[in-house]
Design a protein around this ligand. Structure first.
Ligand code: RTP
Ligand code: MG
Length: 149
């Protein structure tokens, strides 16, 4: 199976009508959408998702923010998708993210940086399993030529 990653449009991105823009970037890059849903994240899920940051001073704000409104959770598949998505997202702090990246083009502050993407194969597997059941992910091949995934 091709590599998969977990991508989430955070509450600020949903409120600012950026779902379509973000989905379009991944589609145009050539990655394949295998799962997606608009959902409200519970505090329990937020705390599990961000467990690695439990001891950080911003943890409470992070959980408050990610549960403050709906998110758009996705699984994308394709060659090297984990690292490529991180590049497309740009640096964590939008003020340091390059123009042309999602955070560089649309983000303003580190606390509200529009998008989440898994940072390793281990976190991708963990996060996909946290947010999606197996039967919510779809395997299919595109009926197109070999230039695209
Ligand atoms: P994410 O997990 O959301 O995709 O972001 P990331 O990998 O680029 O950054 P990470 O280090 O995992 O941090 C998770 C989120 O915590 C918030 N943060 N705030 N106030 C701060 O100094 C600070 N540092 C990180 C950000 O919203 C970041 O996305
Ligand atoms: Mg992270």
């Amino acid at each position: 199976m091709a590599e998969r990653t977990f991508i989430m449009v955070k509450p600020d991105g949903v409120q600012r009508n950026l779902i379509g823009e973000i989905v379009a970037r991944f589609e145009k890059k050539g990655f394949q959408l295998v799962g997606a849903k608009l959902m409200q994240v519970s505090r329990e899920l937020a705390e599990q998702h961000y467990a690695e940051h439990k001891e950080r001073p911003f943890f409470g704000e992070l959980v408050d923010f990610i549960t403050s409104g709906p998110v758009f959770a996705m699984v994308w598949e394709g060659e090297n998708v984990i690292a490529a998505a991180r590049q497309m997202m740009g640096k964590t702090n939008p003020q340091e993210a390059a123009p042309g990246t999602i955070r560089g083009d649309f983000g303003l502050t580190v606390g509200k940086n529009v998008i989440h993407g898994s940072d390793s194969p281990q976190s991708a597997e963990r996060e996909i399993n946290l947010f999606f059941k197996e039967d919510e992910l779809v395997r299919y091949s595109k009926q197109i030529n070999a230039w695209l995934y």
